[in-house]
Design a protein around this ligand. Structure first.
Ligand code: IPD
Length: 274
């Protein structure tokens, strides 16, 4: 019911606040860094501590809800079980590489799905005190101000956000460089902020026109995808087909025309499913 959704949203905001405080407290301190799937896939104590706390608080309030978290999932190495149940999908620290290197583009990302459809999206960038929020059908907001994505239809007038990502497989890196080459050649410029959740939120806020990435995970982009859509952007699979949250890739464009143009120029990498 609407009441339950309000309670879920209130908890989501509270979790963002608490996670944000933990990130802020740890930001200037020395970090204990470990690696996961590749030498450039990083995790810190803060990622783990934030996820642990958030998981406990969700369980306490909604014991029947499901949970998918970056660190819990990487620990077990299992595939995600994505069901119709209300599911909290979180990335405790999106932009861990930035966090480790004291670059402030670090976000806490939280999405809630019901029947596999995102109904709540919260992305908080504590170092900038920017809180991006969205609820299905109710618009997207930055610190309470309503957002609307740009109307850019032409790649030649666009800024495109792209990332190197964490895979060090030479074939994957080569294909990504090829894509960056196409985008640099045909646009106003390419940017990489180092957090998928932030990248999508930036498109929602009109800070850039499109974002594409292969190799991200559901927790990196599910909240940002709702925020971008609620701001009027189009979020699809990079080929242009319907977005699959478990397929590790996404294309977000401020208009459908721009999305089509970008899609046609890309080498489409398949990096599997969560
Ligand atoms: C990473 C960020 C980054 C993207 C990587 C992700 P993490 O998430 O979203 O922008 O390029 O592919 O792994 O590991 O910092 O949560």
């Amino acid at each position: 019911s609407e009441n339950d959704y309000q309670e879920m949203y209130d908890l989501a905001l509270d979790l963002a606040k608490q996670a944000g405080q933990m990130i802020k407290d740890a930001f200037d301190k020395e970090k204990l860094v470990d690696t996961k799937l590749s030498a450039a896939d990083l995790v810190t104590e803060t990622d783990q501590a934030v996820e642990k706390l958030v998981k406990i608080l969700i369980k306490a309030k909604f014991p029947n809800h499901k949970f998918i978290g970056e660190e819990s999932t990487s620990e077990t190495g299992e595939k995600c079980e994505f069901t119709n149940d209300p599911t909290w999908i979180i990335d405790p620290v999106d932009g861990t590489t930035n966090f480790v290197h004291s670059i402030p583009e670090v976000s806490f990302s939280l999405g809630v799905t019901v029947n596999k459809i995102p109904v709540i999206g919260v992305v908080y960038i504590p170092m900038k005190e920017e809180l991006f929020t969205a609820r299905q059908g109710q618009g997207a907001f930055l610190n309470g101000r309503k957002l609307s994505a740009n109307g850019t239809k032409d790649l030649s007038k666009s800024v495109v956000i792209m990332e190197g990502g964490s895979s060090r497989d030479p074939g994957i890196v080569d294909a990504k460089i090829k894509n960056i080459h196409s985008m640099v050649t045909n646009s106003h410029g390419v940017r990489a902020y180092g957090s998928a959740a932030l990248n999508l939120s930036y498109i929602a806020a009109g800070r850039g026109d499109a974002y594409v990435e292969y190799g991200i995970h559901v927790w990196d982009f599910i909240a940002g995808a709702l925020i971008a859509r609620e701001a009027g952007a189009v979020v699809t699979d990079p080929t242009g087909s319907e977005l699959d949250y478990m397929h590790r890739r996404v294309l977000c464009a401020c208009t459908a025309e721009l999305g089509k143009q970008i899609s046609s120029l890309l080498v489409h990498l398949d990096m599997g499913w969560d």
